[in-house]
Design a protein around this ligand. Sequence first.
Ligand code: ATP
Length: 235
Amino acid sequence: VAKEALLRVRDLQGWYGESHVLHGIDFGVQPGEVVTLLGRNGAGKTTTLKAIMGLLGKRSGSVVFEGQETIGLPARAIARAGIAFCPEERGIFSSLNVQENLLLPPQVKPGGLTLERIFQLFPNLKERASSQGTKLSGGEQQMLAIGRILRTGAKTLLLDEPTEGLAPVIIQQIGRTIEQLKNEGFTIVLVEQNFRFASTVADRHYIVEQGKVIDMIPNNQMDANIDKLHAYLGV
Ligand code: ATP
């Protein structure tokens, strides 16, 4: 018997002004799973995360989280339900230091990670605790952005291309962090273009093309589907 999805997205449509970008996104995530949304530039992956968070001007369809329909809720209520979004641009406050950035987000649920715990997960950040946001490397900024959403107590995380532009050794570190979070029971939706990285961390992959999910590939079938993947991703 299939477990009930923690997050179930059905026929999600989304618009930027008059521009219709999401044309019926369908996917589900089980509790404790890591799934990716894979697809080319402009396929609609980021927009899907924004639509789930209530950050698009107009959307329709259904997004059920923990049994609750959230499609009509404002962004703040969706965050309070326990979903956190880490945007690609990271949103670090450059005039604040690492510790101050970490102290900013409001707790929406009990069980948000303490600063101590975040510094355990990201020892680099501990060393840089009093450094200003602008002084951080790209990798440190990404860790700070992830650390910050872990403060909120949300257990479902939407991560938008956390590896973008980072060196391989930092990408590995972020992969280990995702694994650790999964082991602690977090549920993660990861937007990626790097399917090699995706295959090191995820249970399943949804392929997004032109605002739709067109396929789902379990991680253990990535090799068998390599030609298909190349065609989907144009790599
Ligand atoms: P990328 O990796 O490039 O971010 P993506 O799959 O995440 O790719 P989206 O960013 O979701 O793609 O973009 C989907 C479509 O929406 C693209 O055609 C893009 O040009 C368009 N789009 C994205 N942001 C906006 C915006 N703020 N206003 C209007 N159109 C937008």
